[in-house]
Design a protein around this ligand. Structure first.
Ligand code: G
Ligand code: G
Ligand code: MN
Ligand code: NA
Length: 255
């Protein structure tokens, strides 16, 4: 069978898994704030298939719609279980939305249904969009983002700094947070990248947005970003993505 057919069957065959990568608040000493939901695929007869291989196929074939719905449902289920297990901790889960999902006319209704059905606090469900994905139709994007915000969800701009779009959307789009792209963090030892990151952080704060730095792999990167005023940190230095069946162990160690 080709990849598309096998991916089409992956949901029913229970071959999809949710991994959660921790995100820490670093204003003071790091405290667990939430997680990014990252999809994983393990076909029965093979090893793990990297997302870089199957996400593009899912996007091209439209399979990202049912798969994305599966990610959303899993994420809301997790949030429901945490509301019972950790009532004092409002951990968040950020879900990635690709262009295809964002332009799906059913998206808002699906989000609403999932939140209501699982009785979760919408503040704990966050949505990651990329600038290039949603810039083709800014007016439609603004309208959709407004509804999502009215439902109570936070919007993050993923891979910030890598797109080619105009920055004017920063004041026109109702967004909450910028995620500084990993490429800037990886090469933070370079003066130019430090200038860029400092500028992004200042820009975000001037607009009332918060900042997540992703791809932090070293203590030095973490300390530099904290000193620059970045509020949230994500990366292997803190934790790799964790499969759902091990997440409670991680949370209990970080309460
Ligand atoms: O860690 P990782 O290799 O999982 O992610 C690779 C890429 O796949 C990233 O760009 C990430 O945004 C994307 N990705 C991971 N999970 C999902 C998902 O559930 N939905 C979408 N649309 N993209 C995802
Ligand atoms: O495009 P997006 O930001 O959603 O992609 C997240 C991707 O980054 C995932 O594939 C995740 O596994 C990966 N990732 C998360 N932290 C690190 C890190 O510290 N180093 C590297 N190299 N990749 C990371
Ligand atoms: Mn992301
Ligand atoms: Na990113």
């Amino acid at each position: 069978l080709d990849t598309e057919t096998r991916l089409r069957n992956a949901i029913n065959e229970n071959e999809l898994f949710l991994a959660l990568q921790p995100i820490f608040s670093i204003d003071q000493s790091p405290t667990l704030s939430g997680f990014e939901a990252l999809l994983r695929w393990k076909p029965k007869d093979k090893g793990w298939v990297p997302p870089s291989e199957f996400i593009p196929i899912a996007e091209q074939t439209g399979l990202i719609l049912p798969i994305g719905q599966w990610v959303l449902e899993q994420s809301c289920k997790v949030l429901r279980s945490w509301a019972e297990k950790y009532p004092e901790n409002a951990f968040s889960v950020s879900v990635n939305l690709s262009a295809r999902q964002f332009s799906d006319p059913d998206l808002v209704q699906n989000l609403f249904n999932c939140i209501r059905h699982n009785r979760i606090n919408p503040l704990q469900l966050k949505l990651e969009i990329t600038e290039s994905d949603v810039m083709t139709n800014p007016e439609a994007t603004i309208q959709k983002l407004r509804i999502m915000k009215e439902l109570g969800m936070a919007i993050l701009v993923d891979d910030f700094g890598t797109g080619y779009s105009s920055m004017s959307y920063l004041q026109r789009f109702p967004i909450d947070t910028l995620k500084i792209d990993r490429s800037f963090v990886t090469h933070l030892d370079k003066h130019a990248n430090r200038v860029i990151v400092r500028t992004i952080v200042n820009l975000a704060h001037s607009l009332g947005l918060s900042v997540v730095a992703e791809g932090i792999e070293t203590e030095a990167q973490y300390l530099t970003l904290r000193e620059m005023g970045c509020e949230y940190a994500q990366g292997y230095h803190f934790s790799r993505p964790i499969l759902l069946d091990q997440i409670d162990e991680f949370i209990r160690e970080h309460l």
